[in-house]
Ligand binder design. Structure first.
Ligand code: ZN
Length: 442
């Protein structure tokens, strides 16, 4: 039979440890706890938590501390050990490190890596509830694990060729974070709070001359601060606009037209409704007109998906809605066709053909008598060169868009961390090739 000491050492997966005592007890809620009294081996005592060097003790007072380890079959496990303060010649006075935990943490390393792994996979309430810690604690854990797995983030900035710059808002658009993505690996290489030129300058300043020289393509939305920053720091680089941003502009314009059409159709239906008196008669023309107007208004109201999706992906109902709009609302249908033409020309591979198609589109939009699209046409003209660069260099739109959505999702999920750095570390941890080690896996 294995001894209690061997069993504890194996379950905790800490080698350089002396088990002094083990107690099993129940708290007032009848939750069972296992408290393991332990001491690090002599050679792991008195070590600086920053550099790991053996250091002289600072004072003789020992303080008993508790760390949470992973549960054993639902039983809450704690390690209790006496710690003392040491004085490192380089880092000053600190509490000596213990081999089972990251400096400053009250959890074991395995507890923290398991929590971080779960946080990258599950929603926040599931992680916090299962691990019995607050979501804010999960945030701190993520930062410690990220720091341990990848202490030198600068390595991510080497050998970049195509990068994407994106800003994402959270807290209802009151706060922003800016991320830089490596298109070749689909990983985030840099993330920072805030947006605008000052923030992007921080990234550019972080790059060495050699790192700047390897970058050939920068993509992003139409923001002027990206263009001016690229001109200043990466003069040999081609500036592109991610195609999905251009489609988004067209979708926004289209949705404005749709909302206006809906309001108009609704007031027509309401006007018919007011003219009606009593029950509808047989062959009541007015009533039939009222019903048709009402149906028309409803179709426009619920047509966001029919208008937004690619035609080949439409369901039969959505197709029917689109047909109804084609027959009854010329203006909205023209707006839809303008959006579709723009979306399709962005998929073209021959840049010359795309340019002449874009000229045709601009001419049509300029004379379409839909103010939203006349405005969009001006915006497209301002960004024409960058749009054509995107087509010429064939920057993969689908991949860039999916990375962008993934980042947005992570930010939404990490919402609630009090410390912004925890959120940035979550983005860096999830959008990377890093592997979070889980206990006792080969
Ligand atoms: Zn030190």
């Amino acid at each position: 039979m294995v001894s209690t000491s061997t069993l504890c050492k194996n379950l905790l997966n800490v080698k350089n440890i002396i088990i002094e005592d083990v107690k099993l007890w129940s708290d007032k809620d009848a939750v069972r706890h296992l408290t393991i009294k332990a001491t690090p081996h002599k050679r792991d005592q008195n070590r600086c938590p920053i550099c790991g060097a053996k250091c002289p003790g600072y004072d003789t007072g020992r303080i008993s501390r508790t760390w949470r380890a992973l549960d054993f079959g639902g039983v809450i496990v704690q390690i209790v050990a006496d710690t003392l303060r040491i004085e490192c010649p380089r880092h000053g006075v600190h509490v000596a490190s213990v081999p089972w935990a990251y400096p400053g943490s009250r959890f074991t390393k395995e507890f923290e890596t398991s929590t971080a792994w779960l946080a990258t996979q599950l929603n926040k309430s599931a992680v916090a509830r299962y691990m019995r810690v607050s979501w804010d604690t999960v945030g701190k854990i993520i930062s410690r694990v990220r720091e341990d797995i990848e202490p030198n983030l600068n390595g991510r900035l080497d050998g970049l060729v195509e990068i994407g710059i994106d800003e994402t808002s959270y807290r209802k658009g009151h706060k922003y974070i800016t991320v830089v993505v490596n298109h070749a690996t689909n990983t985030v290489v840099w993330a920072h709070e805030g947006h605008g030129k000052a923030i992007l300058t921080l990234f550019m300043e972080k790059l060495s001359q050699q790192q700047r020289e390897s970058i050939r393509v920068v993509t992003g939305d139409g923001a002027r601060w990206i263009t001016s920053c690229v001109k200043e720091y990466l003069p040999n680089c081609t500036r592109c606009i991610d195609a999905f941003h251009v489609v988004e502009w067209a979708m926004e314009a289209l949705d404005k037209v749709r909302r206006q059409s809906w309001h108009e159709a609704k007031s027509v239906a309401e006007a018919y409704g007011k003219q009606r008196r009593g029950r509808p008669k047989v062959n009541d023309e007015k009533h039939a007109e009222f019903l048709a107007a009402k149906k028309h208004a409803q179709a426009i109201k619920g047509a966001t998906y029919s208008l937004g999706k690619a035609p080949e992906n439409l369901t039969t109902t959505q197709e029917a809605k689109l047909e109804m709009i084609q027959l009854s609302n010329n203006r909205l249908y023209r707006a839809y066709k303008l959006k579709e033409m723009l979306r399709l020309l962005l998929k073209m591979t021959d840049v010359e053909a795309a340019e002449s198609e874009l000229t045709r589109w601009v001419n049509w939009a300029r004379h379409c008598r839909i103010p939203e699209f006349v405005e969009l046409q001006r915006k497209i003209m301002r960004h024409k060169d960058h749009i054509l660069n995107t087509i010429q260099l064939q920057v993969s739109n689908a991949r860039v868009e999916s990375t962008n959505n993934k980042i947005k999702l992570i930010i939404r999920r990490s919402f609630g961390f009090r410390n912004i750095q925890n959120m940035l570390d979550m983005v860096l941890l999830v959008c990377s090739n890093l592997n979070i080690p889980l206990p006792n896996r080969p």
